[in-house]
Structure formats: structure tokens, C-alpha cells
Design a protein around this ligand. Structure first.
Ligand code: MN
Length: 266
């Protein structure tokens, strides 16, 4: 492509962007407009909705860091002074784990210290900017039980080197998750016990009311940083006593009122 025609096509692209840049849905309108000309299909990630044939399309996976005081302390920070911080995993990091099954989860490359983090996951049915705390739960579609799997050695090494610790957290299948349970069927999750066992030995145990930042506060805070949309999910942080697994280990996660979630490291 010559210089001029490339510049022209960039201009045309920008014009198309501008014409669809209406509040609240730039990327989706652009993709809808150009879908028929797409070079290839990129697979959408879905999470099954419990007791339904419907699927929850995932837009973004947000995660909150250090959201239980004892876990913040074990990671070397002061839980009383820090604002919440967020990171993302790629959307296709989802690994669906059906209830009643032990799903094989491959030990990832590049790590020798692979950690579990059991978490409540919040799925949004709508979004917005600057959502007030007192209205935040109105945006929740449902809840799921999930694992924020972590290459802890890479996370720590890169952090110590003041480099982004992205690949410590964001990699293929780093987000195992069970089905989503709609609020309309199961209500909200606010103070339920959550736990994780490895090979039958309890490792993590807490209640959801021990979160430093509640689900409503997380949604509100996150909406100050990014406009939220239906399809966004939030991993809401893990209790203390994270730790390593090796090949052959079986992880069993429990959250009151939801079915267990289990994976085997292979
Ligand atoms: Mn986590």
C-alpha cells in the first residue's frame, strides 16, 4: 500500500470511528458496523448461566488485588492505608468448570511457584461511569465461584524489578470459573463463608464480609477508572493463605449456597 492510499484509509477509518463515537458504546458500534468485512472470526468467551441454556458473554475480566486484610499483610502491604487496585486478565483466560466435575487444569509454562486464589466473582448486567456505591448492586447480574490462578514467582520477580507483573496474572486458563447464578435466583453474596482445599486439606477460609472493599465499593471504584459495561466480570479478591500447587493436586473451592468448583492440576 502506497503512502497516500494508506493515509487516506487511516483518515477513512478515523471518520468511521468519529461517526460512531456516541456515548457508551464506541467499540461495540464500530465492530457491529464492520463485522461483515472482518478478516476472520474471533471467538467470544461465554460463561454458562446455572440452570439455564443461556450463556453470559464476557466483555472484560477485572480483578481486585489485596482485598482481605490478612492476605494484604501476607503479600507485604498495609491493609489499612491502601486504595483498591485493579488489574485485568484476558477475556479468553476463562476456563469453565462445570459443577460436579473435576476439570483438568494444565500447569502453565514459565513458573515454578503456581498459586491458587479462591474468589467470589461478580457478573455485571449493565454499566456506567462513576456509579454510586449505594446503587452499585443494581448493576449485578449474578455471582460465580472462581480461581485467580497466579504465577507467583513471576508476579514477585517482575514487581521487585518494577516491571509490569502482567504475565504473572494474565495467561491462558488463568481464570477457572463455575456457572453464573443470577441474583434473581440466589440473591446477593455479602457474608457467606468461602474456602479452598488442596487434596482435602483446607488452605483458605474466610467470610465475604471480611473484604476490605465490598462488592458495591469495588464496582463504584472501578467505574471511576473505566466505564463499565454489561458482560464485565470482577474477581473480588482472595483471603489469606494463598499457596502453591503441583501437578496431580486437586483444588476444591466452596462458597455457601453455590455448588463446589474443583480442578486437577495436570
Ligand atoms: Mn486475586
Amino acid at each position: 500500500m502506497g503512502m497516500i492510499s494508506r493515509r487516506d484509509s487511516i483518515k477513512a477509518g478515523l471518520a468511521a470511528l468519529a461517526s460512531t463515537a456516541v456515548a457508551g458504546g464506541v467499540s461495540r458500534e464500530v465492530s457491529a458496523q464492520t463485522a461483515s468485512e472482518a478478516l476472520f472470526t474471533v471467538q467470544q468467551t461465554f460463561i454458562p448461566i446455572a440452570n439455564s441454556t443461556q450463556q453470559f458473554p464476557v466483555r472484560r475480566i477485572y480483578c481486585i488485588g489485596r482485598n482481605y486484610a490478612a492476605h494484604a499483610r501476607e503479600m507485604g502491604s498495609d491493609p489499612t492505608r491502601e486504595s483498591p487496585f485493579f488489574f485485568q486478565k484476558p477475556t479468553d483466560a476463562i476456563q469453565y468448570v462445570a459443577p460436579g466435575k473435576v476439570v483438568e487444569h494444565p500447569y502453565p509454562s514459565l513458573t515454578k511457584n503456581y498459586h491458587y486464589e479462591v474468589e467470589l466473582v461478580v457478573a455485571l448486567k449493565s454499566g456506567g461511569k462513576d456509579i454510586p456505591i449505594e446503587r452499585a448492586l443494581e448493576y449485578v447480574y449474578g455471582y460465580a465461584l472462581g480461581l485467580d490462578m497466579t504465577r507467583r514467582d513471576l508476579q514477585r520477580l517482575l514487581g521487585d524489578q518494577k516491571k509490569p507483573w502482567e504475565i504473572g496474572k494474565s495467561f491462558d486458563r488463568s481464570a477457572p470459573i463455575g456457572p453464573i447464578y443470577p441474583v434473581s435466583a440466589v440473591g446477593s453474596f455479602l457474608k457467606e463463608p468461602i474456602s479452598l482445599a488442596v487434596n482435602g486439606v483446607i488452605k483458605q477460609r474466610a467470610t465475604l464480609d471480611q473484604m476490605i472493599w465490598s462488592v458495591a465499593e469495588q464496582i463504584s471504584k472501578l467505574s471511576e477508572a473505566n466505564e463499565l459495561f454489561a458482560g464485565d466480570i470482577i474477581y473480588s479478591g482472595t483471603p489469606e493463605n494463598v499457596g502453591p500447587v503441583v501437578k496431580g493436586d486437586v483444588i476444591l473451592c466452596k462458597l455457601d449456597r453455590l455448588p463446589d468448583l474443583s480442578i486437577k492440576i495436570t
